[in-house]
Design a protein around this ligand. Structure first.
Ligand SMILES: Cc1cc2nc3c(=O)[nH]c(=O)nc-3n(C[C@H](O)[C@H](O)[C@H](O)COP(=O)(O)OP(=O)(O)OC[C@H]3O[C@@H](n4cnc5c(N)ncnc54)[C@H](O)[C@@H]3O)c2cc1C
Length: 415
């Protein structure tokens, strides 16, 4: 029987960062996953560390946009009809959380966590010898119509209030930053203080390797084997059972499978997303991620090629992939940037773990001593992994948390 101070279940970016933050505070840590670190949702994101983010993604506010989605003509969203009855309560809560005053409220609530996002990554990247993956060139959001850019006035006002740098650009200004973008848009906003990584999988792997250097262990095991034994938590792994007094559950979209048997049911929704890498035509290149806002996709330069990522698909995590959004987007994306042939035979699919109020759950699991939760990071798991890990590690070790953890507690769901 192996004993350690803390077991972290789930070696995505959130769990691996949390394990590392605990190990940096001197705790013995076992990081347990059924796969190798970083191979699920954390593999396929757009690589953006969005410390500058203000508003969360919102339910469409115009009936025209909603109709386009309902008719399956929208590139930014798709759904499986048979999934809608199950998703309905979540969608209703998401709609309520998307009212303008709630979005502003959320922007203020999540700011403390976001404001630490880049600094915490920088610290871990430097310690892990992985700073070479980081690009500090910001990200660029493109707007094709005057109406679309007019709609972000509130966001820009809040950016000023929060002290977040942003630069409004016209077509020429944007093309001065990214000369290979075609002139199919009218406006852009450059958020210079955001950053991005050129290989999210490599970053999670580097954090896991650094954990091992600090004395932590990375083990193979099934989180569903978690149980109480002799007054401690116990998990079965390929190397035998491991005991600890503290357990962090960081299973992203897979969390409900391990929490249900413990009687913990929080209203997690799933927004699936896809990506595919493309080679570039000729010498075309991008130096930072570029988002085509009205069409809901991102072009992110990665080591593997240009990664085209999609918006949301409302479908069960385990249902077969239906990458129709990529098909809808491709002509639009190709008109913007010279994407040549795809690198892989089939697109990648992942499941964003989302709470309707766009906040993760970070803190104690109600009713279970020594059990901690860190999941539900939605569109921002890469961004918030290290900041989440720090906040949780501070709570677990009795340090003063760098921000008030109350808004991220599971108790907000009145469970
Ligand atoms: C298309 C797309 C683009 C995105 N772009 C961005 C972006 O640019 N910036 C950003 O910040 N975020 C982005 N995201 C969101 C981000 O990728 C996720 O929020 C993040 O990866 C979630 O990380 P996680 O560690 O919580 O989950 P995961 O990475 O899914 O990790 C969970 C881990 O738990 C393990 N696991 C599951 N079940 C078990 C079990 N029973 N036993 C043991 N282990 C188990 C899995 O193997 C996995 O390793 C994007 C997401 C998508 C889909």
């Amino acid at each position: 029987m192996a004993r350690t101070d803390a077991i972290v279940l789930g070696a995505g970016i959130v769990g691996t960062s949390t394990a590392l933050q605990l190990a940096r505070r001197g705790l013995g840590v076992a990081l347990v996953d059924r796969r190798a670190p970083g191979e699920e949702t954390s593999y396929g994101n757009a690589g953006i560390i969005e410390g500058n983010t203000i508003f969360p993604p919102a339910f469409p506010s115009s009936s025209r946009a909603l109709l386009r989605i309902a008719l399956k003509r929208a590139p930014e969203a798709n759904y499986h009809l048979r999934h809608l009855p199950r998703a309905a309560p979540w969608l209703l809560a998401f709609w309520a959380a998307s009212r303008p005053h709630r979005l502003v409220e959320t922007a203020r609530i999540i700011r403390p966590l976001f404001s630490r996002a880049l600094a915490e990554h920088e610290a871990l990247l430097a310690a892990a010898g992985a700073a070479g993956y980081l690009r500090r060139a910001g990200w660029l959001k493109l707007y094709r119509s005057d109406a679309a850019v007019a709609a972000i006035g509130r966001e820009l006002d809040l950016a000023q209030e929060f002290g977040i740098a942003c630069r409004r650009l016209d077509l020429d200004g944007a093309r001065a930053l990214e000369p290979d973008l075609a002139p199919v848009f009218r406006h852009a906003v450059h958020w210079p203080d955001a950053a991005s990584v050129s290989n999210p999988l490599a970053v999670t792997r580097a954090y896991a390797a650094h954990l091992a250097r600090l004395g932590g262990v990375v083990l193979t095991g099934n989180a569903r084997s978690l149980h109480r034994a002799d007054g401690r938590w116990r998990i079965d792994t390929a190397e035998g059972p491991v005991d600890a007094s503290e357990v962090v559950l960081a299973l992203g979209p897979f969390a409900p499978g391990a929490l249900d048997p413990l009687g913990i049911r929080l209203p997690l929704g799933i927004k699936r997303g896809y990506h595919r890498h493309f080679r570039t035509g000729g010498s075309a290149a991008l130096t930072r991620p570029v988002v085509d806002v009205e069409n809901g996709y991102c072009l992110a330069p990665m080591e593997q090629g240009i990664r085209l990522t999609t918006g949301a698909e409302f479908a069960a995590c385990g249902a077969p992939p239906t990458p129709v959004q990529l098909d809808r987007l491709l002509p639009t994306a190709r008109a913007l940037f010279a994407l040549a042939e795809p690198v892989e035979a089939t697109p990648w699919m992942g499941c964003r773990p989302c709470f309707a109020d766009s906040r993760p759950v970070i803190g104690r699991a109600p009713g279970h001593a020594g059990l901690w939760l860190a999941y539900g990071h939605g569109h921002w798991g890469l961004t918030l992994g290290p900041a989440t890990g720090r906040l949780l590690a501070e709570m677990m070790t009795g340090e003063t948390p760098f921000c008030d953890p109350a808004p991220y507690g599971a108790e907000r769901f009145k469970c």
